[in-house]
Design a binder for this molecule. Structure first.
Ligand code: AMP
Length: 445
């Protein structure tokens, strides 16, 4: 099937050609005509399937024919769980709408609200928002919803996981009753189905192959290794294979920081990205990673949601996620839209049960790789650390008591600094006179 067969307008087809897309992905083939027909949509599709273009392209086409929004009004609202995803979706809206006279904006928390309020003053056609900041803007009268024609809930499962359900319900209550609704979710849990029931009217349902079924574009493998040797193995793999763009997942924010620091000390350029980092730091880290200024980006699951890099070649699970579906999300970062990728998991004995859960979910046993002999990093700036890493023993085990300098070494130092050497008077006796023990008081008869 070709994009020209989907009923899209010429300015959109031109933008698609400029993006270099040759054929629509399955979610686009099914989703675009459904949205253009004006129906509500419930789609099971994950990141990496091309879902963003699947809803953005028909949304822009529907909006291009309508009236401009009034001041502070918006015509389409896209809700996303994270700032990164909001930024990525905003970028797609701009890219696909480049030849249309429509306006768009992105709003999320963690940055100043004032510029967002200024932009909204003129009204925008498409607003991409995270729920919390959107409500803040609404409460300050910066955004009005009475002209909303379309609502998209992107990654709805994540929004529920992140506890946004109350905010979402508040927002839904503020929107006009008549509107088109599109809901995208990687999985359809009972909670999502419950949300969909109250939100969608006679929706068309689409389910495209999740990444686990399309895993033939991602080469997956596992290294069984103890926790203490994981960092060494990771830097070895990055160096030895000369990987330049590696996304590494950790379970915790602290773990992400620690690992990025260790890699840096080991001479591998790295940065961490997670919810505790300021928006500026996250944007910078992502830009550095995209421009290949850093080789490794260490991320937590939530922070990585919005990372959209075409042909990201390597994903490493430094720790396995305890929710098996997250594994599928993670490896979906590579092997996107037809390109090939590699996903490697470093699995310590305590994580074996997670590995079994993942293998049950994806219905395949992942190949185990032999752990290579790990050498010391040659460009390592702190050799004593590298020695630690190589031996993979905790720092304590490496501790040796400091050797005291010998007398001849001391003397060499004294002579070098112009002092006379310390001499011995005889055999073992020191040159200093021996202190005599005070004699015991004698009993007086
Ligand atoms: P998404 O699932 O929306 O996060 O998109 C995943 C990636 O696929 C993005 O980097 C898009 O630029 C890319 N993409 C979307 N549609 C197509 C297409 N039809 N052909 C090739 N790449 C696409």
């Amino acid at each position: 099937m070709l994009f020209t067969e989907l009923g899209l307008a010429e300015p959109l087809l031109r933008a698609i050609a400029e993006q270099g897309y040759a054929t629509p992905t399955p979610i686009q083939q099914q989703g675009i005509p459904a949205v253009l027909s004006g129906r509500d949509l419930m789609a099971a599709a994950q990141t990496g399937t091309g879902k963003t273009a699947g809803f953005t392209l028909p949304m822009l086409q529907i909006l291009m024919d309508g009236k401009r929004p009034a001041a502070n009004h918006i015509r389409a609202l896209v809700l996303t769980p994270t700032r990164e995803l909001a930024a990525q979706v905003g970028e797609s809206v701009r890219d696909y709408g480049v030849h249309l006279p429509l306006t768009s904006s992105v709003v999320f928390g963690g940055v100043s609200i004032n510029p967002q309020m200024m932009t909204l003053r003129k009204g925008v056609d498409v607003l991409v928002a995270t729920p919390g900041r959107l409500l803040d803007l609404y409460n300050q009268n910066a955004v009005k919803f009475s002209q909303v024609e379309m609502l998209v809930l992107d990654e709805a499962d994540r929004m529920l996981d992140m506890g946004f359900i109350r905010d979402i319900r508040k927002i839904l209550a503020l929107l006009p009753k008549r509107r088109q609704n599109l809901l995208f979710s990687a999985t359809f849990s009972d909670d999502i189905t419950g949300l969909a029931k109250g939100l969608l009217h006679d929706p068309q349902q689409i389910s495209v192959s999740p990444r686990n079924a399309a895993a033939n574009t991602v080469k997956q493998s596992v290294y069984m290794i103890d926790k203490a040797r994981k960092t060494a193995l990771l830097s070895h793999l990055v160096r030895d294979n000369q990987w330049e763009q590696v996304l590494v997942f950790t379970r915790t924010k602290h773990g992400a920081n620690r690992l990025a620091e260790k890699l840096e000390r080991d001479g591998v350029t790295a940065a961490a990205i997670h919810g505790n980092k300021s928006q500026g730091a996250r944007t910078r880290a992502l830009a550095d990673f995209k421009q290949s200024n850093i080789r490794v980006l260490v991320a937590t699951d939530i922070a990585a949601r919005g990372i959209d890099i075409d042909q990201l070649p390597h994903v490493i699970n430094f720790e396995l996620p305890n929710v098996s579906e997250d594994y599928v999300h993670r490896i979906g970062r590579t092997g996107r839209a037809g390109s090939t990728g590699e996903a490697i998991s470093l699995v310590e004995p305590e994580e074996y049960k997670f590995l079994q859960g993942i293998e049950r979910l994806i219905k395949q046993k992942l190949p185990r790789e032999e752990v290579p002999v790990i050498s010391v990093a040659p460009e390592c700036p702190r050799p004593e650390k590298a020695a630690n890493i190589e031996a993979d023993r905790p720092a304590k085990a490496q501790h040796r008591p400091k050797k005291r300098p010998s007398r001849s070494q001391k003397n060499e130092a004294r002579v070098a600094s112009g002092l006379p050497p310390v001499k011995r008077t005889d055999g073992n006796a020191a040159s200093k006179p021996r202190r005599r023990r005070p004699s015991k008081p004698q009993a007086v008869a």
